[in-house]
Design a binder for this molecule. Structure first.
Ligand code: GLU
Length: 314
């Protein structure tokens, strides 16, 4: 049995672009180079932003670039609707008394941050560091119109990333009490991803460096829930000319759903160069499958740079 199970977990909020293909390719090559499995999970827990049409396009696109996953693709929405795993994990945390209901509005959160004497204004997906006003108010977890937050107290998380090196985070300083279940009743990404990775037996996570600051939160949740911590590698981000992450917001062009053989080869070659991999002789390959087979043999994670340098097109 393989001791390596990797995954690519795109959020279907738009079509695949080259930035996401780089992350997909890196996780695919690392899994295959280890003789491991490579799974696909559609991270569609946020039903307000995700669309089934994009999930289908992402699957088609990956396949047409030669990136074939093992087994059936999974979906967070399906998991949320069918097996109650996220709710069970949240209940485990509630039993440990490390979660609380928060009734603060966005405005109250913004105001409380301004009045904090030493507020560390670090961006996180919820907007900014939360002051913890509701921590000791004792609302029941089913309080109407409330979010559920994790009390991070003074937890310090250290981890080693195979590409980015070693990190140590004091969660109260870097992210504060973060949200596990939103006011609109959707489970938050941070909780869902930890439960998914555990249930899918993921041993290695290779993903974009934009998620590096989520990793300490996820490791903390894994520790609280008694799950093993996967081995992490965060690949640099492809940036626009203005130094922004390529994304739907920065109008990254969609990859073609049905690339010609030459388009697929050239795009994959650009991604390999971006990842610092040797590409000599690969341009002559006759299709994506042959190129990927050769790239797996040469894959060297230590050649992937740490920074978000834009090496695309070099
Ligand atoms: N779904 C996340 C995204 O598309 C990635 C999740 C992960 O790799 O942990 O940004």
């Amino acid at each position: 049995m393989s001791t390596y199970i990797g995954r690519f977990a795109p959020s279907p909020t738009g079509p695949l672009h080259i930035g996401s293909l780089i992350a997909a390719l890196a996780s695919y090559l690392d899994a295959r180079a280890h003789g491991g499995l490579w799974k696909l999970r559609i991270d569609d827990i946020d039903t307000t932003r995700c669309k089934a049409i994009y999930a289908n396009e992402i699957k088609t696109c990956l396949q047409n670039f030669g990136l074939h996953w093992d087994g059936e693709a999974t979906s967070q929405q399906v998991r949320a609707d069918t097996d109650g795993a996220y709710a069970t994990a949240l209940q485990t945390l509630a039993d440990k008394k490390v979660v609380y209901a928060c009734v603060c509005s966005r405005k109250e959160i913004a105001d409380s941050i301004l009045t904090m004497p030493t507020a560390t204004l670090i961006n996180n997906p919820e907007g900014a560091l939360y002051s913890g006003v509701c921590r000791h108010k004792g609302f029941t977890l089913s309080h109407p119109n409330s979010a559920i937050r994790l009390n991070v107290s003074d937890s310090e998380i250290s981890f080693h990333d195979r590409i980015q090196g070693s990190f140590s985070h004091q969660l109260s300083q870097t992210c504060g009490d973060f949200i596990l279940k939103r006011k609109d009743n959707l489970f938050a990404y941070q909780l869902a991803v930890v439960v998914d990775d555990y249930l899918e037996g993921i041993t290695h996570i290779v993903r974009g460096a934009d998620l590096l600051d989520s990793t300490p939160r996820q490791i903390h949740l894994q520790q609280l829930l008694g799950y093993p911590t996967p081995i992490y590698a965060h690949v640099p981000l492809a940036l626009t000319d203005k130094g922004e992450k390529l994304s739907k917001q920065t109008l990254a062009p969609a990859l073609p759903l049905q690339p010609s053989a030459a388009q697929a080869l050239n795009t994959l070659l650009s991604c390999l160069k971006f990842l610092g991999q040797p590409t000599d002789g690969l341009a002559q390959m006759h299709d994506a499958a042959a190129l990927l087979e050769a790239a797996v043999k040469r894959w060297d994670v230590s050649a992937v740079g740490r920074l978000g340098l834009d090496r695309l097109g070099n």
